[in-house]
Write a protein that binds this ligand. Structure first.
Ligand code: GDP
Ligand code: MG
Length: 698
């Protein structure tokens, strides 16, 4: 018989919880969200010995049990709810050997909930360098629990931790702080009213505004009478509690912990001064970003081209191998290209997170955040929004995923909502063809108009992101105020295991979670483009062949005419025609309408769709361009003139035409609400700006 025990890893941010979690569970992990909220939930399992299996929960970082953020509420709610299937049999508080004093505050609070609590002192590899000495035995005695020195970097202490976990029943559950010393009368009355409850637990129930709907009513004592005290009085008691705890901790550490400062090296402060310098800090940051994006573009283009051509070949191969028919078309054109559309993002996601996790692991990211925070905070963003906003110029998908490490929910949400405004690489082919059609290739003072336009489009994207962030900042209510904790960890060499797990986890999440939605929409769009109602669609071949019966056109040309005719009469084609009155004021016709609708699969489809609808023989850009330049309006003027071109570019700059981004936003916000709002409002903004541009320039 295997015995299962629940283990919860708790600790301040950056103490190495996730590293300990990785050391214990390896790849036996799964990541999800807590029900109803977007806080990440990491679970894994670890075989402790032949008969014991531990289910390990990596809880969000928290400074204390006085919850002030959504992440912290998760921890408090779990620890107060014995009925939660994740309720820990044993809690492991992970601390950083250099910040032991601050870390122990949380430890004493958890211990006082009368849960067996083990103390892990992590990063013990730093002790020698920093001149730190700890008397472990004495500390165990004072804290009345098992203490273990761990270094996930050197992989030491993890086995000992496992041994302690096996033997968790022998850990004392006596509290450290006698709650009655906070306020004799108040706590004695409380003890009298609820004689069988942990005093400290009662105190948390009273003071914490956590979501108790999840707790079973009868299991939570009705403490309302103790809440009737004025709020300020409870606050005062809370402060007194913190002071008492620090007094106790100080006393214990004085006897067990010592630092010899002379042994510590001072490279860190020199490096800090440079990296957060008001001028050089930015220079260094942008050089690093430049290198990273260069690398992402260069390195991922090879696998991306490979993926692109492999899926194209696979699709061709299936067409030759399977009997012609709807099923073959579905697989070759709907499913395979849908899958290709998912897999194609993997290189970018993997590379971006490879770099991001290295920047985080080394401790550099905290400096960037410090540097950027003040500027971005004005717009409701966080210093950490910098990475998503800049990653967005490659692709919004990894950018949205990169918002995960913004702790404040409102700042994270705003970042997610505005990131798709930045000019991603899928807009480039659209911009390129439109610019070359409508913007003269002339120079003014040596500056090329076409290049200027392209730069303008990038700028307008960023500007729109910032402006909408400020508006959202006003509109959205914040559940908890954002306060900036300057947490500057030491510089470290990255742990390869952490980097690898991050990359793996992000890629997997995208493929599994967003992939489902992308595949479904691809198939839907394929269906809409490949089928149509009525005679015209089903008899397309006959109709077109008859139409051109007397003209000398070759087989390929005829095939293109048929494809074009079919698309025109397909569901998408009909939809494109239906919206024509709506897009006429923007300067577009129904053919552009069809391209707009298909672009919701992915923007780069624009050019290809126009090629089909104009029945151009080859996908070569030059041929399509000539064809586009030749399109004439009813009044004889060019269809792709300057007003219509600008209007289209603005539409592509602002519209949310990317189902993959919507899918990942759904995943990251855990609801359809935000992607719907995003789709709607971005489309409205795009429509209005395109309308204005066309009407003014016309
Ligand atoms: P969490 O925020 O508590 O989950 O902490 P992480 O596991 O993400 O680790 C924070 C940082 O500490 C990372 O940069 C890790 O590489 C680093 N780290 C983790 N464990 C150790 C260790 O034992 N020694 C050293 N020197 N660094 C560590
Ligand atoms: Mg973590």
């Amino acid at each position: 018989m295997i015995k299962n025990i629940n283990v919860a890893l708790i600790g301040n941010p950056n103490t190495g919880k996730t590293s300990v979690f990785n050391a214990l569970t390896g790849l036996n992990q799964k990541v999800g969200n807590y029900p109803g909220i977007t806080v990440e939930k990491k679970q894994g399992s670890c075989r402790l010995d032949r008969v014991t299996k531990a289910r390990i929960l990596d809880l969000p970082g928290t400074y204390s049990l006085n919850a002030s953020s959504m992440d912290e509420s998760v921890v408090v709610e779990l620890l107060l709810n014995k009925n939660d299937p994740d309720f820990p049999d044993v809690a492991v508080v992970v601390t950083d050997v250099e910040n032991l004093k601050r870390n122990l505050l949380l430890f004493t609070q958890i211990k006082d909930l009368e849960i067996p609590t083990v103390l892990v002192i992590n990063m013990s590899d730093q002790m020698q360098r920093k001149g730190i000495k700890i008397d472990i035995e004495k500390l165990e005695e004072k804290l009345n629990t098992s203490v273990v020195l761990v270094s996930t970097r050197l992989n030491s202490g993890v086995e000992k931790l496992k041994q302690i976990l096996i033997d968790y029943r022998s850990i004392s559950t006596l509290p450290i702080l006698d709650s009655t010393t906070i306020d004799q009368d108040y706590f004695e009355n409380l003890a009298k009213a609820f004689p069988n409850q942990s005093l400290y637990k009662l105190w948390l129930v009273i003071t914490q505004d956590v979501n108790f709907t999840k707790l079973e009513r009868q299991k939570v004592p009705d403490t309302t009478q103790f809440k009737t005290q004025p709020q300020s009085y409870l606050k005062k008691l809370q402060q007194r509690e913190t002071i008492k705890r620090y007094q106790t901790i100080n006393k214990i550490l004085k006897e067990t912990y010592s630092v010899n400062r002379e042994e510590a090296t001072d490279l860190r402060s020199k490096l800090d001064n440079l990296l957060i310098h008001k001028f050089w800090g930015y220079v260094i940051f942008f050089l690093i970003l430049l290198t990273i994006f260069q690398a992402i573009f260069d390195w991922s283009s090879v696998p991306m081209d490979f993926i692109d051509s492999s899926f194209a070949h696979m699709s061709e191969w299936i067409k030759t191998q399977m009997p012609a028919g709807i099923l073959t078309d579905l697989i070759a054109e709907g499913v395979i290209s849908g899958l290709g559309g998912i897999v194609i993002f993997i290189p970018q996601i993997a590379f971006l997170f490879f770099f991001i996790s290295i920047l985080e692991e080394t401790g550099y990211m905290s400096r960037v955040v410090f540097l950027m925070d003040r500027g971005l905070r004005k717009f409701g963003l966080s210093g950490k929004s910098v990475v998503p906003l800049i990653s967005g110029t490659a692709c919004a998908i990894p950018a949205v995923m990169a918002t995960r490490n913004i702790e404040n929910w409102k700042e994270r949400l705003i970042t997610i909502l505005v990131v798709p405004f930045t000019t991603c690489s899928a807009r480039l082919p659209v911009y390129m063809i439109l610019i070359s059609l409508v913007i003269p290739n002339d120079r003014l003072l040596g500056i090329n108009y076409q290049g200027l336009t392209l730069m303008g489009l990038y700028l307008i994207g960023f500007l729109m992101a910032i402006v909408s962030a400020s508006i959202l900042n006003r509109l959205l209510k914040s559940p908890n105020k954002s306060y900036f904790v300057v947490e500057m960890p030491n510089y470290k060499l990255p742990l390869f295991k952490n980097v690898a797990i991050t990359v793996w986890e992000k890629t997997r999440t995208f493929v599994v979670e967003a992939g489902k939605i992308i595949l479904a929409i691809s198939i839907l769009l394929w269906f809409m483009a490949s089928f149509g109602p009525g005679e015209k669609f089903s008899n397309a071949e006959q109709i077109v062949t008859q139409q051109y019966a007397n003209e000398a056109i070759n087989g390929l040309e005829l095939e293109n005419k048929i494809a074009s005719f079919k698309l025109e009469n397909s569901y998408i084609g009909i939809l494109g025609k239906t919206i024509e009155p709506l897009i006429l004021p923007l300067g577009y016709d129904w053919k552009i309408g069809i391209a707009l609708i298909s672009s919701f699969a992915a923007r780069e489809v624009f050019v290809g769709t126009l090629a089909t609808i104009y029945s151009v023989e080859s996908d070569a850009e030059e041929t399509i361009k000539i064809r586009m330049a030749g399109e004439i309006r009813n009044d004889g003027s060019r269809l792709f003139n300057l007003p219509a071109g600008i209007s289209l570019m603005l539409f592509y700059a602002f519209a949310m035409q990317c189902m993959s981004t919507l899918a990942i936003v759904k995943k990251e916000t855990n609801s359809w609400k935000w992607p719907s709002i995003q789709l709607f409002s971005m489309t409205v903004i795009a429509y209005l700006s395109a309308l204005m541009a066309y009407q003014i320039l016309k």
